[in-house]
Design a protein around this ligand. Sequence first.
Ligand code: NOJ
Length: 560
Amino acid sequence: MAHKAWWKESVVYQIYPRSFNDSNGDGIGDIKGITEKLDYLRNLGVDVIWLSPVYKSPNDDNGYDISDYQAIMDEFGTMEDWEELLDEIHIRDMKLIMDLVVNHSSDEHKWFQESRKSKDNPYRDYYIWRPGKDGKEPNNWESTFSGSAWQYDKRTEEYYLHLFSKKQPDLNWENPKLRQEVYNMIKWWLDKGIDGFRMDVINFISKVSGLPDAPNPEGRKYVGGGKYYINGPRVHEFLYEMNEEALSKYDIMTVGEMPGVDVEEAKKYTDPERKELQMVFQFEHMDLDSGPNGKWDLKPLDLRDLKTNISRWQTGLNGIGWNSLYLNNHDQPRIVSRFGNEKEYRVVSAKMLGTFLHMLQGTPYIYQGEEIGMTNVKFDSIDDYRDIEILNMYQEKVVEGNQDLSKVMESIYVKGRDNARTPFQWDASVNAGFTTGKPWIKINPNYKEINAEQAVSDDESIYHYYRQLIELRKKHELIVHGDYKLILPKHDKIYAYTRTFEGQKLLVVTNFSEENVEFRLPEGIAFEGKEKLIGNYPDANDNYQVFTLRPYEARVYKGV
Ligand code: NOJ
């Protein structure tokens, strides 16, 4: 019997506040802007809103560098605005989860301001300080945002660790005092009535003691030290403690964002018996179109890799833990441009991708704009980009490294995080209805055709299709809890699977290509179709055994 829980039956909608809706004309999305749009979200049918950080921040990494965990960023509004937002969400029977960013803070946080003052400051051990080694950084680790993961600080002549930007110093979880501060802060928010947390890179919080150099066979200046801090030695102990001290006292949803987590480790994080977190947000499927040199090393997706990967997660966590289902977020390019076709098949391929995802086991996440099929963007000039990851990479490769400009720009077009961060396209009016001022980042020029007003008024839109996908999940427990089984594992264009729950079955068939391809239900698969639940070509027939799938076609049949 599947273990039931509200957070398993929910659909989450992620808001990146800076780019969602600007209520005061300063060109930056804000909290009141979100409140104005709650009915739009309610009508879509989502249950939970995940808000990317809205805390006080100097915005080196758009709010993922927090200088006060218990205050709201000025650009986004006030604590009263936030309280109003929470009330209005609850009035509409939705829930709110907040982003918890506690692997690191901002260097402008008062803890760090104190910490850097002297070696014996009471806050010194809130962060990870080390003396240099032979006049160089303490080890060879590279920051996720390029360059060394260490920053020298003149005042005390030591280096501090920052796995992200140098304005994001890593917190020292080995220090029990720091941990208590974090738990108190968590409880403070939960006592305000929020419904849970998404936890930023939470599997990075425990570093291997001694912080050794990473192997460096190619003799590079800096290398990824991931294996020394991803799923580190004390991470489960820390999360168990967090659960015991804070999380377990509330009926909430907790999801750990975990780059580099695999299924075995994810089971440990999410097995309810172990009392850590409820679900993981993992990245393996988002790495399948990257070559050996990381995200900027472009490689086309081989559908068979996606099948192997998703199937491993679907069967691996089944009956033990729980997975998040997503194809977009604020760190990823737009999925319709990535695994779909943003040109002639934009609408149909976006619906196909939504079908593929929403029929899986786990909790689905929709990222703002996904439901209207927003696409990647190509800005001509690097000056139009805002993301620190893009800008640092460009500096390293083009400005300092003399690498081919057009190749680097191409990788930004395909993989850059700003693809997801252009303002939400509300309507065809100036600035897509996002702001009356000058937007902090340019709007995607396709907003006149692709916008929410158009989508809501068109019965055949991606938006209304997503609404139906969400409705189906609410109606059929089978979609939430059913066991997953892949069929046609070797097919390079069709992704098909079944789900089974308490004698009922679902057959999901999707075409990831722009060709017509024949589907034939394999003989060994016991499935007797009763009704077609949904499909992205309205005229599809009820024959589920043999049929031709048109470009990016998706069909879902229910049966026994
Ligand atoms: C993951 C977040 O999703 C990303 O946006 C951020 O840059 C890093 N963690 C650092 O906080």
